[in-house]
Design a protein around this ligand. Structure first.
Ligand code: DGJ
Length: 542
C-alpha cells in the first residue's frame, strides 16, 4: 500500500513538474540500469549501441531555429508523420549561457521531455564555436569582445567571418559551456533519451584556407607535431615545419589540425563528464576533385584530411558527411569515403525529397548506423511565396514510406549492418538495371513499376532495394519502384525455384508472416511499388 502511494505521489509530482515546465530531475533508479550509448567496432564494422543493442538512427533534423519551445509544435507533426525513431535538434550556445558562467538548460529540458512524450531519441547538436564555419551562435557577451574572441585574418590581412582556432579564451569558454551542457545531460537523462551529441556544426572556414593572424603564424612556423607525422606516415621529417613537410598542402593541413585540436579539447572535456558518442559533421569537398578548389570549407574533416582529424581528435567517435550532392555517383562516392574501417558511416544531414530517399537504402547497404534528412518541420522559415510551409506531408511521403518499411525492424537492420549482411541497389540517372551479389545467388534489380517486371526506369530516379543475407539461400528483401529477379550464380541452365516468399515483418529477430506471395506475385520477379512491403525469400536449386 505504501509502495503504491509512493508511486502515485511520484507520478503526480512529475505530472505537476511537467505542467509547470519545471526542470527535469534525474530518475535515480534507472541510472545504473540503462547503459550509456556507445559506438563499437569489430572486424572493421560498426554499431551504435543504445540500451546495449545495435540501434539504427531513422532520423530527421529540424531547421536551425526550430529548437525553441514555441516552434516545437511545428516540428513534432512532421517527425510523427515520418515515423522517425530519432530527432536531431540544435542546442544554442547563445541561449544556454546568457551571461559568462551562468547556464540555463530549461530549453534543453523541454526538448528532452517532449522527445520522451513522442517516444523518440534525440541527437543534440552543439552549436558552439562553429556553425557552418562562422561563430554566429556565440553568446552576445562574446560577440561584444572581438579582441578576446577573435576571428580569422585572411592571407591579405582581411577579416574573415570565421572563428580563429588559435583563440585560447574562446576555447576555454567553449570547454566550460560544453562541459556544463554534458554535465546537465548526465544529470537529467539516465533514460538515455539523448543518444549522441554533435560537437559544433560544420566547423572550418569559408573564404580563407587558414588563419594568418600573428598567433596562428607563430604556430605555423613550429615543427609539425610528431603524432601527425606518424599518422601521415612522414616519420622521416621530424623537426620540419608545416611548409617544408607538406609543401602546397601545408595551409590546409595546418588548419585542419588546428580546428580538430580545438574541437578535441572541447569534446574531451565533455566526454570526461558524460561519455556519450560524439561526432563532427562535415561540409563536403567534391568527392572526385583532386587538390584545392575555391569553393569548399577548409579545416573540417573533408575526405582528404580524415587521417589528420583522426590523429588530432581522438575524442570524436566519427566524422559524418552532410550530403547535398545531387548526382548518384557523387553521393555514393561520399558514402564510400566515410564508410571506413576506422569510421562508422552516419549521414546526419541530407535532402529528404523523393529523389534522395533511395540513398537511405544505399547508406544501409554500406553499413550505416543512421540517416537523417535536414529541414524537416512545418515552420514558416520553409514557407513558399504564398506563405505556406514548403515542407508538407506530401513532400515527406516517400521518406515516410521507407521509414515505415524499415522502422519496425530497425534493430534487426542495425544488427545486419554490423554483421555486414546488407546489400542495396539504387536507381541512377541512366535507369540501367542494378545487380546484387548475394553469394550463391545474383539478384538483378530492374527499376520502374511494371506488372511483368519489365521496368525500364522511373521518370525520376527513385527505385531502391535493400537485401539482407539471412542464410545462403534465404533473404530479407524490401524496396520500392523496382523489381527483383533472382538467379543462381552458377548460371547456365541451373533450375531453381522459390521455396517460399512470405510478406511480413522482422521484429526482434523473428519474422512475423502475414501472407505468402505466389503466382502472379512471384512469376515475373518480385515487384515493389509504393507499399512498405518486406519479404522473406527462400530459394532452392533443384
Ligand atoms: C548545412 C548545415 O549544417 C545546416 O545547419 C544548415 O545550415 C544547412 N546546411 C542548410 O541547408
Amino acid at each position: 500500500m505504501i509502495g503504491k502511494r509512493r508511486i502515485l505521489r511520484r507520478a503526480l509530482a512529475s505530472a505537476l513538474a511537467l505542467a509547470l515546465g519545471a526542470p527535469l530531475v534525474p530518475a535515480a533508479a534507472t541510472a545504473q540500469e540503462t547503459p550509456i550509448p556507445k559506438v563499437v567496432t569489430a572486424d572493421s564494422r560498426h554499431a551504435l549501441l543504445v540500451d546495449g543493442e545495435p540501434f539504427l538512427v531513422i532520423g530527421a533534423q529540424a531547421h536551425n531555429s526550430s529548437a525553441w519551445p514555441a516552434m516545437l509544435p511545428k516540428v513534432w507533426p512532421a517527425m510523427d508523420y515520418l515515423g522517425v525513431n530519432t530527432v536531431e535538434l540544435p542546442v544554442y550556445w547563445e541561449q544556454i549561457e546568457p551571461a559568462p558562467g551562468r547556464f540555463d538548460f530549461k530549453v534543453v529540458d523541454t526538448l528532452i521531455q517532449q522527445a520522451r512524450e513522442h517516444r523518440v531519441r534525440l541527437v543534440l547538436l552543439w552549436f558552439g564555436t562553429w556553425k557552418n564555419g562562422s561563430a554566429h551562435y556565440r553568446p552576445v557577451w562574446m560577440k561584444q569582445q572581438p579582441a578576446k574572441y577573435p576571428n580569422i585574418i585572411g592571407r591579405q590581412g582581411q577579416p574573415v567571418d570565421s572563428p580563429s582556432p588559435h583563440a585560447k579564451a574562446a576555447l576555454d569558454a567553449d570547454i566550460r559551456a560544453f562541459s556544463a551542457f554534458m554535465a546537465h545531460l548526465k544529470q537529467v537523462d539516465p533514460q538515455r533519451t539523448v543518444i549522441m551529441v554533435q560537437v559544433q556544426n560544420e566547423p572550418g572556414s569559408w573564404g580563407s584556407i587558414r588563419d594568418f593572424s600573428p598567433a596562428s603564424e607563430k604556430e605555423f612556423a613550429k615543427p609539425v607535431p610528431p603524432a601527425l607525422l606518424r599518422a601521415m606516415e612522414r616519420p622521416a621529417a621530424p623537426g620540419g615545419n608545416w611548409r617544408t613537410v607538406f609543401g602546397l598542402d601545408a595551409d590546409e593541413y595546418f588548419h585542419a589540425w588546428s580546428v580538430a585540436r580545438y574541437i578535441d579539447q572541447v569534446a574531451a572535456a565533455g566526454k570526461a563528464i558524460y561519455p556519450l558518442p560524439l561526432y563532427v559533421n562535415v561540409a563536403l569537398k567534391d568527392p572526385f576533385q583532386k587538390g584545392p578548389e575555391p569553393a569548399y570549407e577548409f579545416g573540417g574533416p573533408t575526405h582528404n584530411v580524415i587521417p589528420i582529424w583522426k590523429a588530432a581528435a581522438p575524442s570524436i567517435d566519427l566524422f559524418a558527411p552532410d550530403i547535398y550532392q545531387p548526382d548518384t555517383k557523387r553521393y555514393l562516392a561520399v558514402l564510400d569515403q566515410y564508410a571506413r574501417a576506422d569510421n562508422a558511416l552516419f549521414v546526419p544531414e541530407t535532402i529528404g525529397t523523393p529523389d534522395y530517399v533511395r540513398f537511405f537504402y544505399a547508406a544501409l547497404g554500406k553499413g550505416a548506423i543512421g540517416f537523417a534528412p535536414f529541414g524537416i518541420d512545418y515552420s514558416i522559415y520553409s514557407a513558399d511565396a504564398a506563405g505556406q510551409p514548403r515542407t508538407r506531408e506530401a513532400d515527406l511521403e516517400q521518406l515516410a514510406l521507407s521509414y515505415r518499411a524499415i522502422g519496425p525492424m530497425s534493430r534487426d537492420v542495425a544488427r545486419w549492418a554490423r554483421e555486414g549482411k546488407l546489400r542495396a541497389a539504387v536507381e541512377d540517372e541512366t535507369k540501367a538495371p542494378g545487380s546484387l551479389d548475394l553469394g550463391r545467388w545474383i539478384a538483378e534489380v530492374r527499376y520502374g513499376v511494371a506488372p511483368r517486371g519489365e521496368g525500364k526506369g522511373n521518370e525520376r530516379p527513385i527505385g531502391r532495394v535493400l537485401v539482407a543475407l539471412l542464410g545462403p539461400d534465404e533473404f530479407m528483401v524490401t524496396g520500392n519502384y523496382a523489381s527483383v529477379h533472382f538467379k543462381p550464380k552458377r548460371g547456365g541452365s541451373t533450375a531453381w525455384e522459390f521455396l517460399s516468399v512470405e510478406e511480413g515483418q522482422f521484429v526482434d529477430g523473428t519474422f512475423r508472416s502475414t501472407r505468402i506471395w505466389n503466382g502472379d506475385e512471384t512469376d515475373w520477379g518480385l515487384n515493389f511499388s509504393s507499399a512498405p512491403q518486406v519479404l522473406r525469400v527462400r530459394l532452392s536449386i533443384r
